[in-house]
Design a protein around this ligand. Sequence first.
Ligand code: TPP
Ligand code: MG
Length: 579
Amino acid sequence: MLETVASPGGANATDAERKLTDGFHLVIEALTRNGVKTIYGVPGIPITDFGRQAQAAGIRVISFRHEQHAGNAAAIAGFLTKKPGICLTVSAPGFLNGLTALANATTNCFPMILISGSSEREIVDLQQGDYEEMDQLAIAKPLCKAAFRVLHAADIGIGVARAIRAAVSGRPGGVYLDLPGKLFSQVIDAEAGQRSLVTVTDAAPAQIPAPAAVARALDVLKSAKRPLIILGKGAAYAQVDDQIRGLVETSGIPFLPMSMAKGLLPDTHPLCAGAARSTVLKDSDVVMLIGARLNWLLSHGKGKTWGDVPKRFIQIDIEPKEMDSNVEIAAPVVGDIGSCVSALLDEMGGHWPEPPADWTNAVRTKREENIAKMAPRLMSTRSPMDFHGALGALRTVIKERPDAILVNEGANTLDLARGAIDMYQPRKRLDVGTWGVMGIGMGFAIAAAIETGKPVLAVEGDSAFGFSGMEVETICRYNLPICVVIFNNDGIYRGTDVNAAGSDPAITVFVKGSRYDKMIEAFGGVGVNATTPDELKRAVDAAMDSGKPTVINAVIDPAAGTESGSIGKLNPQSAVRKK
Ligand SMILES: Cc1ncc(C[n+]2csc(CCOP(=O)(O)OP(=O)(O)O)c2C)c(N)n1
Ligand SMILES: [Mg+2]
């Protein structure tokens, strides 16, 4: 029920006067009636009281130390739940702090709504220097799917409904909702307010693929001698895990999971080609992309990575404009992933000729070879640890606790963990995504713990952790079951860089021998310094068993990493410099 506010007439006011409501109540009601249970944000003018009232009304309001992390939390909440995650910020600087997360959400197709309070429109538009003056709507527009501003309390219901639909329908993404400070205190008739609210029905309608597109895709697939399925995070987002498993197993086609699609089928599945990535990209002849884009992460579908074998692509995506974005798509299948995969399965009718055995055998052999090559490195017990030794311990943790959520960022720490740590369940691996952005760590970890109630293991490069490290206070404040392991190799990529001029420290190195574990102790959490894989494993197990907020400083050999992890080739090279 919509609460009413006291009318200006006080005790002597008539009943009719008393039945009023305001912007505060209407926004809260508009969100709750559409299933919003959690808001991630940072308070301040003009949204502090709104946050308080939302909390009092039963919405969980998680207060962060910086808006970027609240925004990242909202974004990954959207990915995990298929409902828009909500981030709430103050005007100008708070809004800008949230904007990186909004843009990142849009790039990664995570549904989120950034709600920011804003200053007096009349003053902002005349540029008369208001408190935190900024034309936020104009600035947000190019960075998100849609941006809306609500000026009248009677439009709050419609504004929130539009934001929700824009975030989750079609290809999901970030939406900006601008709520000027004055809106919250606007008072309108309670009944009219109630009538103005909207319950969004079927926010992300199914989009059924055309039968001809499905038939064409199956024709192309049938012609393949060396077929490959690539699963992207869109496939993980869709939450149609059984159908995707059905498609892979009915077709018998090897599959390659992109980073956040790992675990959709277990990495240990006999058809998983994760450990034979370069072979399958080079040697396949027909590639079916499911919720995966041919962007830089797949070398744009061409060039050396893809070898000399001519490829034909089948692409399943909800966004028609994705087709032919980098190379020709022979068989576009446009629709939501659930509908597309189901339609393909229906047409296949439960039977499909197995791919030629020489292909599936070749993939299996390569995969086993590569796994065998890595195995001894993962068992290394040397101290200081190298990445593989430490990852060997964490790989076992996830094997023993497959329902834990793994958050991962860094350079070497990211690339090597992706290969070393097998995932067994869908949507358990959350990482830097399409941009390779540092700073998602604590925001993702916090939302993962809150949205799923599962234990979270965040594996962080020491540089990566620094972007969101202050949020360990937030983790302690809400007593979340998050264990952060920091791969401390004294810097960005490695800790051995030297400044050629010999004055300041080199640009990639940090204070040697830092003790990140001490940071969390300041807030009552558990800190552990781990110097061997065995110590590391024991500390993580203890954290996961107790559920206590924990930071483990994993001491890694400063010389162990490589420049930019596995993407060093993207650094610009000049012939002049090489001479
Ligand atoms: C927002 C942002 N700023 C900067 C970068 C550039 N960058 C890529 S990886 C990285 C940190 C790598 O160091 P670390 O996290 O310690 O990982 P390591 O390779 O040492 O394991 C940085 C700063 C980025 N990707 N995103
Ligand atoms: Mg590092």
